[in-house]
Design a protein around this ligand. Sequence first.
Ligand SMILES: [Zn+2]
Length: 78
Amino acid sequence: MTQYTETTGAVDELETPYELTALDRCDACGAQAYIRVVVASGELLFCAHHGRKHQEKLSQIAHSWHDESSKLLADDRS
Ligand SMILES: [Zn+2]
């Protein structure tokens, strides 16, 4: 992946898109994770189903919410 970033340092982490892989598993059911939630105590991974299920509660404490569940639809071809 080639990325051109004009600013370095502080904003780097925000600029870098986090990619979930097939190795990332839902904390609730063990399915492939498509949603990553960063909370004060660490990070949580959820499948699309459990991400939605917990979204309302977690969004109040989440520092960041990363949702790749749209990929699920895009990839659903094979
Ligand atoms: Zn799940």
